[in-house]
Write a protein that binds this ligand. Structure first.
Ligand code: ADP
Length: 248
């Protein structure tokens, strides 16, 4: 039903790898400004779903729309990124020799090759955008620091900042708190919650305490389909979810 107000509309998706159904009649609807958490055991299809959204994997059947009109299945990976879908992978890929500020500057230019020429033209407006972003990701005091010297958590936040500089309408975040301290996890939850309303965010995460701390709608994937959806309490109380996670 495309009359729904969705930023992301996935319906009836199927993907097989050598006859194995990795995605099985999967439907998912994300509202604009929503922060959605996706959980599920290993092999549930989370990565494959993200790969379909970003055009890395093509489904055998089904629909995938971004906003009302953009048919993701007709676009290349580059076109999907340009249309406003940003993805943050688990491993940070910041430019270590550059400063935090320069990393954000580079991300804003959107084209790594033109950075040196672009740099001379960074005006007041761009500087203000970078400073607002530094504030948002909590790295104001680290602006001049070499990105390679940041802590693991700080690198993850910088990378989220780099994505934000590209002004995506939908942000896909893969396991943002893997390897983080509790303090860093709390800060990451705060950062993701601060995006709510302005950006639509889909977070894939294994850490249940973290997902609970975000406390938004949770979708549980299992065997390539949605097993349950609702609040953390609702899905954790679901008998089928308990069976999948605990073998009860
Ligand atoms: P998750 O991210 O939830 O752990 P995945 O999407 O990575 O799950 O994988 C779903 C299933 O599809 C798994 O059983 C995995 O082994 C299989 N799979 C994923 N990608 C491929 C591939 N390129 N070729 C074959 N099988 C794959």
């Amino acid at each position: 039903d495309l009359s729904k107000n969705t930023i992301l509309y996935l319906e009836g998706l199927n993907v097989s790898f050598d006859g194995f159904k990795a995605i099985n009649d999967l439907s998912l609807y994300i509202e604009p400004g929503e922060l959605r958490c996706i959980i599920g055991p290993n092999g549930a299809g989370k990565t494959t779903m993200m790969d379909i959204i970003t055009g890395k994997t093509r489904p055998d059947s089904g629909s995938a729309f971004f906003g009302r009109r953009i048919d993701l299945l007709q676009l290349s990976e580059a076109e999907i990124a340009q249309a406003g879908i940003g993805r943050k992978f688990q491993k940070p890929t910041v430019f270590e020799p550059l400063s935090v500020f320069e990393n954000l500057e580079l991300a804003m230019s959107g084209n790594k090759g033109v950075w040196s020429t672009f740099r001379a033209r960074v005006g007041v407006e761009q500087r203000e955008r970078i400073e607002a972003c530094l504030e948002q990701i909590g790295l104001k005091d680290q602006a001049a620091q070499r990105a390679g010297d940041l802590s693991h958590g700080q690198k993850q936040w910088l990378e989220i900042g780099m994505l934000l500089m590209q002004e995506p309408r939908l942000l896909l975040v893969d396991e943002p708190v893997a390897g983080m301290t509790h303090q860093e996890m709390d800060r990451t939850a705060e950062l993701l919650l601060s995006l709510e309303g302005k950006h639509s965010v889909v977070v894939v995460e294994h850490d249940m305490d973290f997902v609970r701390s975000i406390a938004r709608t949770v979708t549980v994937l299992h065997q390539g389909s949605v097993l349950a959806e609702g609040s953390m309490d609702q899905v954790q109380g679901d008998a089928r979810v308990k069976q999948v996670y605990l073998g009860e």
